[in-house]
Design a protein around this ligand. Structure first.
Ligand code: SF4
Length: 347
């Protein structure tokens, strides 16, 4: 009887290798990729013009293609909120709730396994690779709190961990699994070469934006100004794009930094009041917050003009648009660099 494993596929090298190690032992493998809304996959690279030379592939699909397996992409945006807002085990260096995130994803994979009659779960975790979530003493925490228990197999470091059910039952030969540990990527790269994998995604500090300091500062600012820690998908997508400038508590500007971002933000024109420069080439800005009084609107325009080609002109004409109230022209003197208060810029 062919045993079936479900592998968590992030799109990185570790999950590719972990799934391959199991697959080559004659196990039927299918992948799951969870969409949280914070994923780095393809987003800003697909939007920003200067990144256009980079291949715009979905790495999880690419991994599935390399392995010749079926990939289930599952939207967990709503359920995942509780993980981000109330992580029982706390955050990592930024707003990344990595341990709770892993427990949640393995729990979801375990539910999937039960619904689809699969036998065990595979992840690409490696002991000691990430400072907080992959320490050896935390490996059993993920297995226990997710409910997966000994159905959770980590092929890349299995020989450093107690045997799991697939090993006990002889579905998997433990000797063919690995004992990788620590932060070095060399063993994984050597194994990739052995399997003949090329062109895999290079690790960039984490699989989601929550590990990014600047992103986390913007998310915290959003929560602080709303007075609660809720968010919608659009909120977290917009934090990935543009310059975020909050001149005061009542409003924030999201200003496109280049053409690709201009196009992306244009898609939000129906939801936000917007400002765009007319007399000079310049960015589109979304206004997030309460209705602005005339002084605030003038300030918003002067800031937006600062990032246009008219930054050194005596005045710049801009169009303020409100979907319900229509649009009108406003002429302002752009702020100078020195007039942009560094405290306004949410880094
Ligand atoms: S980096 Fe993001 S997706 Fe990856 S484990 Fe941490 S919180 Fe989860």
């Amino acid at each position: 009887m062919t045993r079936k494993a479900v592998a968590l596929i992030s799109g990185g090298l570790d999950s590719l290798l972990a799934a391959k190690l199991v697959q080559q032992q004659g196990i039927h493998v299918e992948g799951i990729n969870f969409f949280t809304g914070f994923c780095v996959e393809g987003h800003t690279h697909a939007i920003r013009k200067h990144d256009r030379k980079r291949a715009k592939r979905n790495n999880a699909l690419w991994v599935a293609e390399q392995l010749g397996i079926k990939l289930h992409i599952i939207d967990i945006v709503k359920e995942y909120k509780d993980v981000v807002i109330n992580p029982k085990h706390g955050y990592g260096a930024n707003l990344n709730p990595c341990l709770d995130c892993k427990i949640f994803m393995v729990r979801k994979a375990h539910e999937w396994l039960q619904q689809h009659d699969f036998d065990f779960i595979v992840t690409g975790e490696v002991i000691g690779q990430r400072p907080k979530s992959q320490r050896k003493r935390l490996m059993p925490v993920v297995a226990a709190e997710s409910g997966a228990a000994d159905l959770l197999l980590r092929p890349l470091c299995a020989r450093n961990l107690p045997p799991t059910l697939p090993e006990h039952e002889g579905w998997i030969d433990r000797e063919q699994l690995k004992d990788f540990g620590g932060r070095s990527r060399k063993p994984q790269m050597a194994l990739a070469a052995e399997f003949g994998f090329e062109g895999y995604a290079q690790p960039a500090g984490g699989c989601c934006f929550l590990t990014d300091r600047s992103y986390s500062v913007k998310l915290q600012d959003l929560w602080d100004n709303r007075g609660n820690r809720e968010y919608e998908l659009d909120d977290i997508m917009l934090l990935k794009v543009g310059r975020h400038i909050r001149p005061n508590a009542s409003f924030k500007l999201i200003i496109a930094r280049e053409e690709g971002e201009n196009q992306f933000l244009s898609g939000y024109k129906r939801q936000f009041q917007t400002i765009n420069t007319v007399s000079h080439a310049g960015p589109l800005a979304l206004i997030e917050g309460a209705a602005l009084d005339s002084q605030q609107l003038e300030l918003a325009c002067a800031i937006t003009a600062r990032y246009s080609k008219g930054r050194d002109a005596d005045s710049v004409e801009l169009r303020f648009s409100d979907r319900e109230k229509g649009s009108r022209m406003i002429r302002v003197k752009p702020l100078t660099a020195a007039q942009i208060n560094p405290d306004w810029v949410i880094v």
